[in-house]
Design a protein around this ligand. Structure first.
Ligand code: SF4
Length: 310
């Protein structure tokens, strides 16, 4: 019997990071924000306080096992089902990873805590940091990201600028575009001006390709996203669908188990997790994979998203 990993998931194909081994470092939906487009559901604990959420030694022990099994990954990605910089032992974790493998470390963060020196010092230990900026002003920030009351858009942008000055690795800034929220010319111009201050290595445009917690979140088609990318400048790209030749082998068994279950009946995310013994994050990765490959559809009933096989 294969032992179930508690903190690691994958490697799974990622559009931004290739084969990515995920590490979950905060409890489910502990976050500084409550984004309207979050696919994980509402934030359960909105906080700015860092904490010792998960035992670093236990994560490193799982990683050692995974490496011994012959792990092949392009990145070890610290992210998960909440905001990873809320973990106060993030720096210690990255130091530990670097001692046992040369696989580069990436952090998926919403960037809101980069205004804190200790968070910047921890994140600077990674090779790539992927923060987010979805709004150009306070009103759009409140509407899209529904932040903790102690946060402001100016603090987010200044934190990103301060991090850029201190960090010698790569910063790939994600901008999540939602029809009617941040698509007008004024908002795009303000986001562009913030990007000019932050100077990330790349800007990556995304839209709601995953099912979101809130109804009515509209994605943009590739043509519209491309037009916005052109407005935002040369280093801006639309994150295209990602297809590795060997990804079917990597996700094969679990994706097939999920698909055969959904052929029998539509299931919610919770149904999938309990039936297949997966974390929400892991299940979502397979759902996204199948959606991108046309195998899956979703519908909302009574406020819950149900997935079904095509
Ligand atoms: S920052 Fe990420 S985890 Fe937090 S609410 Fe937004 S999308 Fe969800």
């Amino acid at each position: 019997m294969v032992e179930k990993k508690k903190y690691l998931y994958g490697p799974v194909p990622s559009r931004r990071l290739g084969r990515s081994l995920g590490i979950d470092v905060v409890p489910f939906k502990v976050c500084t924000l409550d984004c309207v487009y979050c696919q994980l559901g509402g934030t359960t604990q909105k906080t700015l306080r860092r904490g010792d959420f998960v035992p670093v030694e236990a994560i490193l022990a799982e990683l050692r096992d995974k490496l011994a099994e012959g792990l092949e990954a392009d990145f070890i990605t610290i992210g998960g089902s909440g905001e990873p910089t809320l973990n106060s032992r993030l720096g210690e974790l990255i130091d530990g990873i670097k001692k046992i493998t040369n696989i580069p470390v990436a952090i998926l963060t919403n960037g809101t805590l980069l205004c804190k020196q200790d968070v910047r010092a921890d994140c600077a230990k990674a090779d790539v940091v992927l923060p987010s900026l979805d709004a150009g002003d306070e009103q759009a920030f409140q509407r899209i990201n529904r932040p903790h009351p102690g946060l402001s858009i100016e603090e987010l942008i200044s934190g990103l600028c301060a991090f850029r000055k201190e960090f010698t690795g790569r910063i790939w800034l994600e901008v999540f575009i939602i029809e009617g929220f941040n698509t007008d010319n004024e908002q795009i111009a303000k986001i562009k001006s913030a990007i000019g201050r932050i100077r990330p290595d790349k800007v990556q445009l995304n839209t709601a390709v995953r099912p979101t917690a809130e109804p009515g979140i509209k994605s943009l088609d590739a043509k519209k996203l491309q037009a916005i990318a052109e407005k935002l400048g040369e280093n801006c790209e639309v994150i295209a669908d990602f297809a590795l030749p060997h990804q079917t082998r990597q996700v094969g068994d679990k994706a097939e188990a999920l698909l055969s279950m959904l052929k029998r009946r539509p299931c919610s995310l919770s149904d999938i997790c309990s039936a297949l013994g997966m974390s929400r994050n892991e299940a979502l990765k397979y759902i996204v994979f199948l959606q991108q490959h046309g195998g899956l559809d979703s519908e909302r009933k009574g406020g819950i998203t149900f997935f079904k096989a095509n």
